[in-house]
Design a protein. Structure first.
Length: 259
């Protein structure tokens, strides 16, 4: 049986008295690309914030390698969060720091024994992993949109996370840059053995990378479907079929499900 990395059980999410999502259930396996999809306003980003520990669920639980995340004290939760790497929509890089310093910051924070030369070496390695070798001295403003995404991903990889979270990674990218980022996601999954959670509504990315998909319905505020992409495309509920087959590019995309 494949190792279960994250298990979500009956999770309800929201802010204050406002419930955004109800009764979410799923498991993330080691080495899996898990896509959270749905239309605008369905709660994708809200679910992501709860998965990475920024917001406490209104109900239910999330287990990481069997540990109930929110049952732990704050120190243990912080330790568990070090297993996560997050790529935010805009990269979230520090504009006044070079790429080297952006990547070195979490390394120096959690590994204060590292020397400057070791930080240089590790930052260069992470940038090389995402196709930005030699860019250590550049600032975020000097990068294209696709390069900023890759630099943000390099920083997300700084602490060698077991789970990578992507929040709308294709947002703002042209089709070729988006396609290249999708390919990089698969390469990192294969080379690092990391599990990946990707939040998106972009069909090309979904068809390119997804193993398992969770569809959030903004009408019912819960999950409408969960399963392998090919299965949902063939036998999923009508709302999911409409989502996956929408737009002129959908029929061609359905023939390009990876693997």
């Amino acid at each position: 049986m494949e190792e279960c990395v994250i298990q979500v059980e009956g999770l309800s999410a929201g802010y204050g008295q406002k419930v955004v999502l109800r009764d979410i259930h799923f498991s993330l396996r080691r080495g899996e690309v898990f896509v959270v999809m749905g239309g605008s306003g369905c709660g994708k980003s809200t679910l992501l914030r709860h998965l990475i520990g920024l917001n406490r669920p209104l109900a239910g639980r999330m287990r990481l390698h069997g540990e109930d995340f929110w049952a732990q004290d704050s120190a243990r939760r912080a330790q568990l969060q070090r297993q996560f790497g997050v790529l935010y929509q805009d990269g979230a890089l520090w504009s006044g720091m070079t790429l080297r310093d952006n990547i070195a910051l979490p390394l120096a924070t959690y590994h204060p024994h590292l020397s400057g030369d070791e930080l240089d070496e590790l930052a260069a390695l992470k940038l090389a992993l995402v196709g930005l070798a030699g860019c250590e001295g550049l600032y975020p403003a000097e990068l294209s949109g696709g390069m900023r995404k890759r630099a943000g991903l390099a920083r997300a990889l700084a602490l060698d996370p077991q789970v990578l979270f992507f929040d709308e990674p294709s947002a703002g990218l042209d089709p070729l840059s988006s396609q290249a980022l999708d390919q990089l996601i698969l390469e990192l999954r294969d080379s690092l053995g990391a599990s990946i959670v990707l939040v998106t509504h972009e069909l090309p990315s979904i068809f390119a990378v997804a193993d398992t998909c969770l569809f959030l319905d903004n009408q019912t505020r819960t999950q409408a479907a969960l399963g392998p992409l090919a299965e949902l495309l063939a036998h999923g509920p009508e709302v999911v079929q409409r989502f996956l087959r929408r737009g002129e590019g959908a029929p061609a995309a359905t023939r390009e499900i990876h693997r």
